[in-house]
Design a protein around this ligand. Structure first.
Ligand code: SF4
Length: 252
């Protein structure tokens, strides 16, 4: 944890959790140096094995956009260990990215650690490997209540140390709950019919991801999700072949 600012409380919890969550090298992570996804643009993009996805995510096997089409085929290969690298090798690749490089972590998959927990050792090493680069990602790992407390502490620390982790909300009401925590920026799934900018029940601005609304915009040019201090919530209308299912969750 050398490069991360950590409080006493976090260190105490980290010590106890490290005994439980050993470094899980069996989950592959794949890094493509130039994404083939036109919404991401030609920047490095990673994919982590599906075991990293938290069981608490309501979209898991239930409307997740990544479980359809070419991204699903790729993800399955990473999850089976056919593609990708051990986490150690992946970290080395991140470390070796050029200074200032923008990169997107996890077009599919979540932060390293099986189930709902973030593996503290793996996560702190990623934040360290990202030093000098401009990585960003999203997480559905729980951050609320007692169960999510340590995840929340780690995410807040990462957002202060150059690795931007957006909290993924299930709908605008949930986006308000996550934004109230003040540990990081927020993104939210929206009903498929929500094609224009809107607000949360508490009046926070939700901007539809410009890669969806505008031509020739990608993460590579937009870079909004890399900004850890943004107040605007990025909205993703439900899409993919399972958008009807996702849309029901986003409408709650
Ligand atoms: S808001 Fe910008 S950075 Fe975020 S996903 Fe959309 S295009 Fe990418």
């Amino acid at each position: 944890m050398s490069s991360m600012k950590t409080g006493k409380c976090f260190k105490r919890n980290l010590d106890s959790r490290s005994k439980i969550y050993t470094f899980q090298k069996y989950m592959n992570t794949h890094l493509s140096m130039k994404s083939g996804n036109e919404k991401v643009g030609r920047i490095p993009v990673s994919t982590t094995a599906a075991d990293s996805c938290p069981p608490s995510c309501p979209f898991r096997f239930n409307g997740c956009y990544a479980q359809t089409g070419p991204i699903d085929w790729h993800w399955k290969r990473v999850s089976k260990g056919i593609r990708g690298d051990s986490y150690d090798v992946f970290l080395k690749k991140i470390e070796n990215l050029p200074e200032g490089q923008l990169w997107r972590h996890n077009q599919a998959g979540d932060l390293y650690g099986k189930g709902d927990a973030i593996d503290p050792s793996a996560f702190s090493q990623l934040v360290t490997a990202n030093q000098g680069k401009r990585g960003f990602t999203y997480t559905h790992k729980p951050v609320e209540g007692q169960a999510g407390r340590l995840n929340a502490v780690m995410i807040k620390s990462a957002n202060r140390n150059g690795f931007t982790v957006s909290l993924s909300a299930n709908n605008p009401t949930h986006a308000d709950d996550l934004a109230d925590l003040k540990i990081g920026p927020v993104v939210t799934v929206l009903p498929e019919s929500q094609a224009t900018n809107t607000v949360t029940p508490k009046g926070r601005k939700i901007m539809i991801c410009p890669a969806i609304t505008k031509e020739y915009v990608s993460c590579s040019t937009c870079q909004l999700c890399q900004k850890a201090r943004r107040s605007v919530i990025v909205g993703f209308p439900s899409h993919g072949t399972r958008k009807k299912t996702a849309s029901k969750i986003a409408s709650r």
